[in-house]
Design a protein around this ligand. Sequence first.
Ligand SMILES: NC(=O)c1ccc[n+]([C@@H]2O[C@H](COP(=O)([O-])OP(=O)(O)OC[C@H]3O[C@@H](n4cnc5c(N)ncnc54)[C@H](OP(=O)(O)O)[C@@H]3O)[C@@H](O)[C@H]2O)c1
Length: 256
Amino acid sequence: MTPPARHVLVLGGTTEARLLAEALAADPAYEVTTSLAGRVAAPRLPSGRVRIGGFGGAEGLAAWLRAESVHALVDATHPFAAAVSANAAAAAHATGVPLLVLCRSGWEPVPGDRWHHAASLDEAAALLPDLGTRVLLTTGRNDLSPFAGQDRLPRLDALWFLARSVDPPPVPLPANVEVLLDRGPFTVERERALLRERRIDVLVTKDSGGAATAPKLTAARDLGLPVLLVRRPALPAGVARTSHLSGALAWLAERT
Ligand SMILES: NC(=O)c1ccc[n+]([C@@H]2O[C@H](COP(=O)([O-])OP(=O)(O)OC[C@H]3O[C@@H](n4cnc5c(N)ncnc54)[C@H](OP(=O)(O)O)[C@@H]3O)[C@@H](O)[C@H]2O)c1
């Protein structure tokens, strides 16, 4: 007799999560639900079931895991989505549901890169005025406020920002800003043209990793521009992790 399909909850919002959901939806051994935060107006929907919106903290997530008889939880959220990852670890601990973090590796510099690192967005904002005056800011719509200088960091008000995001960002914004609504993947040629046309002299990005948004780093290297990279927050301790889809599928096969 065929065993019943095992319910896997994928915490999503990333390419990795979509690819995992696609693989699981194609396998009758699994029933997959992907959870999205609901931040993007028109998200790319994954295969399988989809639920949208917060759970109400770690307790809400734990209740959902129990109510929906979830066999395994995969946290495939963005490396900078630290709150939901902490909730996932706490909910897995509370319910005994096995948890895997599927998180792409960070970017590695190659010869020719002029990278500067910041431990946080606030630190990046403080360092930025020493690196350039015309900034391509790709930290995402919810991470622009640290660059709104005003009384806190008045030197930022002398800079010009091209802020690229998928959806329009909320205020506060930098004093001199143009918002460019666009969604990756991008090509190196297009990124190089953007940097040249807008006379960008410094790029600010989070160390998100992955191929879809890496061409901006190649383009900055080609043009000899400095890049200010914000380091990732730490993942919850003691949680199994993989950076590859194959690793996630092998982990699930062992546990479900
Ligand atoms: N941060 C980034 O740079 C970034 C970039 C690209 C994509 N994303 C994606 O966008 C989403 C939100 O990112 P964030 O940095 O705002 O997250 P966050 O700060 O870690 O999470 C804040 C709250 O949003 C809810 N939430 C987040 N991800 C969720 C999910 N996949 N399903 C259901 N609820 C979720 C949770 O609410 P409750 O406590 O109510 O459950 C969580 O406590 C994530 O799913 C992430 O994968 C983030």
